[in-house]
Write a protein that binds this ligand. Structure first.
Ligand SMILES: [Zn+2]
Length: 88
């Protein structure tokens, strides 16, 4: 569970984490995200979770990642995100 109550930057940072992990970001954006992760523990934990998840998926599935798995993960995280916003 990630808490977004305090810092609106977190929403932006988390949003871009997916692209960060996919290697789709420019070096500048990557630096900005890394700086945020250094300063923001909730985002860092979310990032670690995502990275670990991808390692597991890559190890188990190689280039045969089950279709829809990424979407299910994204949906679950979006759900947490929505709950965090509603609860604030
Ligand atoms: Zn954050």
């Amino acid at each position: 569970m990630v808490c977004f109550d305090a810092d609106p930057d977190c929403l932006d940072a988390l949003h871009r984490l997916y692209h960060f992990l996919d290697g789709e970001l420019t070096p500048e954006t990557r630096q900005a995200i890394e700086a945020h992760l250094d300063a923001c523990r909730p985002c860092l934990e979310a990032f670690d979770f995502e990275a670990e998840l991808r390692r597991v998926i890559a190890a188990k599935c190689r280039d045969n990642v089950p279709h829809g798995l990424k979407e299910r993960i994204a949906a679950a995280i979006d759900h947490d995100l929505a709950e965090g916003l509603q609860g604030s």
